[in-house]
Design a protein around this ligand. Structure first.
Ligand SMILES: O=C(O)CCC(=O)C(=O)O
Ligand SMILES: [Fe+2]
Length: 329
């Protein structure tokens, strides 16, 4: 099992240095042509290079302050490769090996680390955030304009290909951290009724989450599998042992001929219900939450099983899809 690396220099966003008015006077004439040049050529660059010239980079001077190792992490990010295996066609669940490198995983945790707070869930329709006993982890948002986060999201967008429209955004990616005894009970990532995003002028946009990626970023734990009790796999798929250490099948808690570690000796062609993905740093699970009409698929109900020892950190990446407007006074 790949172990995460520790102790790397952080790419966490640098705080802005304070400059006096004089400095600004000198800096402005220099900055303006760069900004003008940036806006005039940005659209001519390949998409992956456009982010290097985005205004957020200029404003926060992240490029200028990046250490050589962070710079090379970012460069490697845009040429990173991964492999995929379909776990289930219907509903669609895809396993992604090496979706992030171990170094990227550790850096993503570094970026979010200062912002961890107790996790909550957001209620359908109202969008109100509430704490619930079924979700005991901590969560941290990842800023979408951070260069590494931007790169990882462009990787996710490339994966989605034509299934995500250019004007459909990602939600803010979310880190989740579990310590011993922490878990997230069965839930779906979609809302049964679309959420209303208020525009402050009496209108609301209906929104939901068509797809989910859950990426394991730190696997120094026992327990903590991501469990889909209703996803079925063919016995022949798991019988040859190639999933060993990555995915187990059968219901959690034994009984019914299942058992906790029921991925060996499964007869070919026999459908097995329930899959559990072991946390492995860098690997990810992708699934489709909504059908073409925006209806949620209950078969994608899932849980983050209790972490027994150590620490698990994951990252949620959710796309957003809009389903028209409503009046919302
Ligand atoms: O922790 C996990 O394994 C799954 C987390 C999850 O499903 C979520 O945060 O929505
Ligand atoms: Fe989830």
């Amino acid at each position: 099992m790949a172990k995460p690396r520790h102790g790397k220099a952080s790419m966490a966003r640098p705080r802005m240095a304070s400059f006096g008015p004089k400095t600004l006077l000198f800096a402005l004439p220099l900055a303006l042509p760069v900004v003008m040049l940036q806006s005039s050529i940005q659209h001519l660059l390949p998409v992956r290079l456009q982010t290097y010239f985005s205004s957020s980079h200029l404003q926060t001077s992240e490029q200028a302050q990046a250490t050589p190792s962070n710079q090379s992490l970012l460069e490697a990010c845009y040429t990173h490769t991964y492999t995929t295996e379909i776990v289930s066609l219907d509903p669609l669940v895809i396993y992604i090996n090496n979706f992030t490198s171990a170094a990227e995983a550790e850096e993503l945790i570094n970026i979010g680390e200062p912002d961890f707070a107790p996790s909550f869930i957001s209620r359908a329709h109202t969008g109100a955030n509430v704490r619930v006993s079924g979700r005991t982890s901590s969560s941290a948002p990842l800023p979408q304009d951070h260069p590494l986060v931007t790169c990882i999201l462009s990787r996710a967008r490339a994966f989605l290909g034509g299934s995500m429209l250019p004007d459909e955004p990602f939600a803010t990616p979310q880190l989740v951290k579990y310590r011993p005894g922490e878990k997230y009970d069965l839930h779906t990532d979609f809302w049964p009724t679309h959420q209303v995003l208020k525009d402050g002028k009496g209108k609301g946009k209906l929104m939901n989450r068509p797809i989910s990626f859950f990426v394991f970023l730190r696997d120094t734990c026992t327990g903590g599998e991501t469990y889909f009790p209703l996803v079925e796999v063919d016995g022949g798929v798991v019988g040859d042992g190639k999933w060993e250490g990555r995915m187990a099948v059968g219901p959690v808690g034994g009984g019914g001929g299942g058992g906790d570690d029921d991925d060996g000796g499964v007869g070919e062609g026999r459908k097995r219900k329930g899959v559990r993905f072991t946390p492995i740093t860098g690997n990810a699970v992708f699934w489709v939450n909504l059908d073409g009409e925006g209806r949620g698929d209950q078969r994608l109900v899932h849980a983050g099983l209790e972490v027994k020892s150590g620490e698990k950190v994951g990252m949620n990446i959710w796309a957003r899809r809009f389903y028209g407007e409503v009046d919302d006074w």
